[in-house]
Write a protein that binds this ligand. Structure first.
Ligand SMILES: Cc1ncc(COP(=O)(O)O)c(C=O)c1O
Length: 377
């Protein structure tokens, strides 16, 4: 049997990982500023994480949501506390797409409506509703095409106001990333997020904050949307939540009332997933990682802005986009193969930095030195 060949792969096999470093099968060391796409939040093989998962595996790895799982309650309490939303409710699932899918369903159950506002450049996942709300026709199958999604220009207050004036009573939800990831590290402005909040209030629509990539402390606040000083109704999260263990969730405002059977999943919230998510939150809290993300991120952004060859530096904390001119389209590959640094990318020529939140200043300096060398070719 062959693998279904959907991924363009780098010819590297990772066989060992620790903190912000990984090693390939030949023993070559790399600096990891990608974290497997914003997933490694507390560093590879963090000792507390390994111990908690191993202990849990020795007790019980999985049981479904047909029995009490006190670890879920502990996780909800911890998440409520660390995210500053103690009165919200937690539904656990397995991936970012599934989190957004459930958030959109929840919105539609809540107000009985069908239309969703999403934005140009958005990426919300590959399941049916999530992919329909994703601005990439190439990955939308004919069966996912729907008139229920209204795509608006990103951060355009006039267009948003106009859409609500035209369809207000049909709109179930507005879904927006605090900082677009796949779209090239583009932050929604404070005034735009405030306007979403007030229009959703006015029209009884649901404000869904897709925090799958920009959340979980990466920007220095638990949810990057919260820089706007207004609460979303639903926050979706995944990537950094389990430091590599597949776990996702939605944090749901108190006004939503659950009923049995409303949402569900076989694997979501299993014992191992909860242990992984708890270990991550414990490390984020104990090691003050949100502060570190903000400080090291600000340092990196400041230093990167000084480099003349760079067109623009965008982002916040440890979610950084380095926009390069097309003449420097070799830099991303050179960083990996010549300078042994993993980074992410976005089109047309943006390097994305999504490292672990405990990245050190030495790591940041190592990157800056190698990046400057890579720019020279
Ligand atoms: C903002 C955002 N939402 C949703 C998703 C989908 O997450 P997953 O791949 O876990 O389904 C992604 C993945 O890149 C993402 O960046």
């Amino acid at each position: 049997m062959n693998l279904f060949d959907v991924y363009p792969l780098n010819n590297i096999e990772i066989t060992k990982a620790s903190g912000s470093n990984v090693w390939d099968a030949e023993g070559e060391q790399y600096l990891d500023l990608y974290g497997g796409h914003a997933v490694i939040s507390i560093g590879h093989t963090h000792p507390h994480y390994v111990a908690r998962l191993t202990e849990q595996l020795d007790k019980v790895g999985f049981y479904s949501n047909s029995v009490k799982i006190p670890l879920q309650v502990q996780l909800a309490e911890k998440l409520g506390q660390v995210s500053g939303k103690a009165d919200y409710q937690l539904f656990l699932c397995n991936s970012g797409a599934e989190a957004n899918e459930n958030a959109l369903k929840l919105a539609s159950f809540y107000n009985g409506r069908k239309k969703v506002i999403a934005f140009k450049g958005a990426f919300h996942g590959r399941t049916s509703l999530a992919v329909s709300a994703t601005d990439n026709p190439k990955i939308i199958a004919p069966i996912n095409e729907t008139d229920n999604i209204i795509f608006l220009p990103h951060d355009d207050e006039a267009a948003l106001t106009q859409a609500f004036e035209s369809y207000g009573n049909e709109i179930t939800a507005v879904i927006i990333e605090g900082i677009q990831g796949v779209g090239g590290i583009k932050e929604a402005s404070v005034s735009f997020l405030k306007l979403i909040r007030s229009l959703c209030d006015q029209y009884n629509a649901v404000y869904i904050a897709d925090s799958v990539q920009c959340g979980y402390g990466r920007t220095g606040k638990f949810y990057s949307h919260d820089y706007a000083g207004v609460d979303a109704d639903v926050y979706t999260m995944a990537k950094g939540m389990g430091n590599g263990f597949p776990v996702a969730g939605i944090s749901i405002a108190p006004k939503f009332k659950p009923w049995h059977g409303m949402l569900g999943t076989t694997f979501g919230g299993n014992h191992l997933a909860c242990a992984a998510a708890l270990a991550v939150l414990e490390v984020i809290e104990q090691d003050n990682l949100m502060k570190n993300a903000e400080e090291i991120g600000t340092y990196l952004i400041t230093e990167l802005k000084k480099i003349e060859a760079v067109k623009e530096v965008r982002g916040r904390g440890l979610m950084i986009g380095i926009d390069l001119p097309q003449t420097l389209s070799n830099v991303k590959k050179d960083l990996l193969f010549k300078h042994k640094i993993f980074t992410g990318e976005a089109k047309p020529n943006v390097i994305r930095l999504l490292p672990a939140l405990n990245l050190t200043k030495d790591h940041a300096d190592q990157f800056l030195n190698e990046f400057k060398k890579a720019l020279k070719g």
